[in-house]
Design a protein around this ligand. Structure first.
Ligand code: ATP
Ligand code: MG
Length: 428
C-alpha cells in the first residue's frame, strides 16, 4: 500500500503509525530539527524531523528536498499543542516519489497573486493552491446537489449530440467543424434536442454537458465552452419550470454548505440555504426600476449597465418574468401579442439561467420562426417532432460556471473552469 491515510484522516489520530503521501508545501530547517509541511487534497500535516532520531545522513537528505516534491512518509501521529494544526507526524522513513525541479514557474505556497495568464499556463500548479482547489470542491458539490434534486424528482439524465447541422437559434455564435464532406457546428445549446425528447415521451429530462459559443467578446462572465445544466419538463408551464430551477439552486447551495464548509470558508463565503420562492418581478417592473436611473426603451434587452442598476436594487436571487416576445427566441410560448412566458433567473446583476414555457403548437411555431427570419426547412428535424403528438412543456438552461462564480465569490468566470476556453486560449 502506497499510503494508509489521507492527511485529513491522519489528523484525527493519536499514537498511530501511518504512511501518508503528498507534496512538500514548505520546508523549514532549524538546526537539529526540521519541519516539512506536507499537502494533499484533504489538507496539511506537519512532519517533524529530528536529527537525533533520524541520524545525520537521512536528516541531511530529507532537508534538501525541494518544494512540491512528492513524497511518502512513514511514522507516528502525535497530538501536540506546538504544531499549528494540533498534530504532527514523526517520520522514520521518507520515500521520494517524484522530485520537483527548481525554480517553480508558479509558487504554490504563495498567495494567489500571479496574473490569470501565468496561472492558466501553469494550471496544474495553480490548482494545487488550496483556495483554487476550493472552487472545484464547491463546483462538484453544487452539481451533486442539483443532480440529486432532479433525480429525486424523477428526471431522466440524457446526453444529446454536440456536433450538429443547424444552429439552435440561427445565430452567429457558432464554431464550424469539418464533418467529413459536410460542414457542421459545435452545439450552442441542447434546446432543440431536449424539446424533441418531450415528443418522445421522456416526460422530464436533464442534461449536464458542454455548450459552445463563438462569442467574440472577452468578458469576465463569458466562456467559449461552458457547462450547461438543461432541464425540460412535459405537461408543465413556466411557473413549474421556475420552481424546479429555484429548488435545484437552493439544494445545490445546501449540499455545498453541508459538504464543503471548509472550502467555502477558505473562499471567504458565508452561505446558507436560500429561502424559497425566489422573488419574481416582471420585465416591465424591472424596466421601471432601471428607468429611475437611466433611459431604456421598452422592448430592449437589458444592457450590462441596466443590469447593474437592477442588481443594486435587488440583492439576491430573483426571476424576471413576462419578457417581450420580440427579444426572446422563437421557441418560447407567447402570452399575448406583446409578451411571452419566458423568464430569466438573476443573482444581482448576473444572468444565471434563461427558461420558458415552450411553444408546442406547430403552426404558431413555424409562423414565429418565419417572423424572426429563420427558414423552417433548416429546422425540419425539429419541427417534425411537433406534428405527431407534442405535449406542452417548459424548461431552462443554467450556466454552471455562472452559478459557481456566485457561490464561490470569484470575480472571473475563468477561475471556475479547470482549463478555460476563451477568445485567445486553446491550450492547455
Ligand atoms: P448572456 O446574455 O449573459 O450572454 P445568454 O442570454 O446569451 O447569456 P442563454 O442563451 O440564455 O445565454 O444561455 C443560458 C445560460 O447559459 C445563461 O443564462 C448563462 O448562465 C449560460 N451562458 C450562456 N452563454 C454563456 C457563456 N458564453 N459563458 C458562460 N455561460 C454562458
Ligand atoms: Mg439568456
Amino acid at each position: 500500500m502506497l499510503r494508509t491515510h489521507t492527511l485529513k484522516e491522519a489528523s484525527q489520530l493519536d499514537g498511530v503509525e501511518v504512511k501518508v503521501c503528498g507534496w512538500i508545501h514548505d520546508i523549514r530547517v532549524l538546526g537539529r530539527i526540521a519541519f516539512i509541511i506536507l499537502r494533499d487534497r484533504s489538507g496539511f500535516a506537519q512532519l517533524t524531523l529530528i536529527r537525533g532520531i533520524l541520524g545525520k545522513e537521512k536528516f541531511k537528505e530529507y532537508t534538501k528536498l525541494t518544494r512540491e516534491t512528492v513524497i511518502c512518509a512513514r511514522g507516528k501521529v502525535q497530538r501536540t499543542d506546538q504544531a499549528k494544526l494540533g498534530f504532527e507526524i514523526l517520520p522514520e522513513e521518507i520515500e521520494v516519489l517524484s522530485v520537483a525541479e527548481t525554480p517553480l514557474p508558479l509558487g504554490v505556497a504563495d498567495k494567489v497573486s500571479a496574473d490569470m495568464e501565468t496561472r492558466i499556463e501553469n494550471r496544474f500548479l495553480d490548482l494545487r493552491k488550496p483556495e483554487v482547489l476550493s472552487v472545484f470542491k464547491v463546483r462538484s458539490a453544487i452539481l451533486q446537489g442539483i443532480r440529486d434534486t432532479l433525480i429525486s424528482k424523477n428526471f431522466l439524465e440524457v446526453h444529446t449530440p454536440k456536433i450538429v447541422a443547424t444552429a439552435t437559434e440561427g445565430g452567429t455564435e457558432l464554431f464550424p467543424v469539418r464533418y467529413f464532406e459536410k460542414e457542421a457546428y459545435l452545439n450552442q445549446s441542447p434546446q432543440l434536442y431536449k424539446q424533441i425528447l418531450m415528443a418522445a415521451g421522456f416526460d422530464r429530462v436533464f442534461e449536464i454537458a458542454p455548450a459552445f459559443r463563438a462569442e467574440e467578446h472577452n468578458t469576465t462572465r463569458h466562456l467559449n465552452e461552458f457547462i450547461s445544466i438543461d432541464v425540460e419538463i412535459s405537461f408543465a408551464d413556466d411557473e413549474d419550470a421556475m420552481r424546479v430551477l429555484e429548488e435545484s439552486i437552493a439544494n445545490g447551495i445546501k449540499y455545498a454548505v453541508e459538504n464543503e464548509r471548509e472550502a467555502l470558508e477558505l473562499l471567504g463565503m458565508k452561505w446558507k440555504e436560500p429561502e424559497l420562492p425566489f422573488k419574481r418581478i416582471t420585465y416591465d417592473e424591472a424596466l421601471s426600476i432601471i428607468n429611475k436611473n437611466m433611459d431604456m426603451e421598452w422592448g430592449e434587452d437589458f444592457s450590462t449597465e441596466a443590469l447593474k442598476v437592477l442588481g443594486e436594487e435587488i440583492k439576491d436571487f430573483y426571476f424576471i418574468t413576462q419578457w417581450p416576445l420580440e427579444i426572446k427566441p422563437f421557441y418560447v410560448m407567447p402570452y399575448d401579442e406583446k409578451y411571452s412566458l419566458a423568464f430569466d433567473l438573476m443573482y444581482r446583476e448576473k444572468e444565471l439561467s434563461s427558461g420558458a414555457q415552450r411553444n408546442h403548437r406547430y403552426e404558431s411555431l413555424v409562423e414565429i420562426m418565419k417572423g424572426k427570419g429563420l427558414n423552417p426547412e433548416n429546422f425540419e428535424f425539429y419541427l417534425r417532432a411537433f406534428r405527431y403528438g407534442m405535449p406542452p412543456h417548459a424548461g431552462w438552461g443554467l450556466g454552471l460556471e455562472r452559478l459557481v462564480m456566485i457561490i464561490t465569490g470569484v470575480k472571473n468566470i475563468r477561475e471556475c473552469v479547470i482549463f478555460p476556453r476563451d477568445r485567445t486560449r486553446l491550450v492547455p
